[in-house]
Design a protein. Structure first.
Length: 336
């Protein structure tokens, strides 16, 4: 499976983390933890909801590929963590906004920032099942689920939209080819992080960790073992050795999170991840591909290189993707 085109939309307005309104109500320990995450600013635009962020990225990705939305074979939307309304369809809303009326359309999600992985698995399955399907567009708009942007003790959430236009891997040269995808989950931690909302107004919603010690220690140790097994298995079944990987990229939660992943797996996370963490904070399922394409644009990954994309979610879920860099178009994909 190949990524034919990719685009992002992040708002122009940058908010410094020390200026976040919710920090004023935090205790000294929580505030200190927030300021030590390695995030300097996040992008925010209260005028853009998740659907609008996704739409802007989707239009850019289609424009880059010279493809009309009406010619899409499928549209897969990674669902927002907090939909605008219940019972309505975020996926068909985006389908209508784009004019992708012919596209098979549905949502996936439920795995936090790992939710990009089932979207890719679904796209691959559709293309294998129907050779005449056409290209598949995967879209996500990332907005915080609660009123505040800080999720103690994990990260600070920013706003951003992402769109990946996928085609079959045998359809010719492509900027990025996805060679393999593996994923695991553990339902024991299904509610480790949650937002109670039924009995309170939206401005009182808060992302809460049920047991911080479980997140910081027990889940961390499980993540070490899970990721190690997933990574070694991924490389083995693709006939690769650790030295064959040019770059490892992870989702952007915190500077400490990068260090933990590096020490757990004996790898180095590419510097672009820490830079995007400082600039954007956490963009949910959008992080790993934004980091990958930024590294490509900077020439840190070039044609023929292999890269591994690592995703961990506190629900808990883990995924590892193997990508191969192909020839790049004259105009690269980047955050708008």
């Amino acid at each position: 499976m190949a990524v034919r085109s990719a685009a992002w939309h992040v708002p122009e307005t940058a908010v410094a983390v020390p200026d976040l309104a919710e920090l004023a109500s935090l205790g000294a320990s929580e505030r200190s933890t927030c300021l030590a995450l390695g995030i300097e600013t996040v992008r925010a635009d209260d005028g853009l909801n998740a659907a609008a962020l996704g739409e802007l990225a989707a239009r850019e990705a289609l424009d880059r590929a010279g493809l009309a939305a009406r010619d899409l074979g499928a549209l897969i939307v990674v669902e927002p963590r907090a939909p605008e309304t219940l019972l309505s369809s975020e996926a068909t809303r985006l389908q209508h906004l784009l004019g992708a009326e012919r596209a098979v359309t549905f949502t996936v999600g439920g795995l936090g920032c790992v939710s990009i992985t089932p979207a890719l698995l679904a796209a691959r399955g559709l293309m294998c099942a129907d050779r005449d399907l056409g290209d598949v567009l995967v879209v996500h708009g990332s907005k915080p689920a609660a009123a505040g942007r800080y999720r103690h003790p994990v990260t600070v959430n920013g706003d951003g939209g992402q769109a990946l236009l996928l085609s079959r891997g045998d359809s010719g040269p492509a900027p990025v080819r996805l060679l393999d995808i593996v994923q695991e989950t553990n339902g024991e931690h299904w509610d480790l992080f949650h937002v109670e909302y039924r009995d309170r107004p939206a401005d009182q919603w808060q992302e809460v960790c049920r047991d911080p010690s479980t997140y910081s220690f027990r889940l961390a140790m499980e993540s070490r073992g899970r990721l190690s097994g997933l990574l070694s298995g991924l490389l083995e079944r693709n006939g690769l050795k650790p030295g064959d990987i040019r770059g490892h990229l992870s989702q952007n939660l915190s500077a400490a999170g990068f260090t933990f992943t590096e020490e757990s797996l004996g790898i180095g996370i590419m510097p672009v991840c820490r830079e995007n963490l400082r600039r954007y904070g956490h963009l949910g399922p959008n992080d790993v591909f934004l980091n990958l394409y930024t590294a490509i644009e900077r020439g840190e990954l070039t044609e023929g290189d292999h890269a591994v994309l690592i995703n961990v979610s506190p629900v808990a879920a883990w995924s590892v993707l193997l990508a191969e860099i192909g020839p790049q178009p004259e105009t690269g994909a980047h955050a708008q």
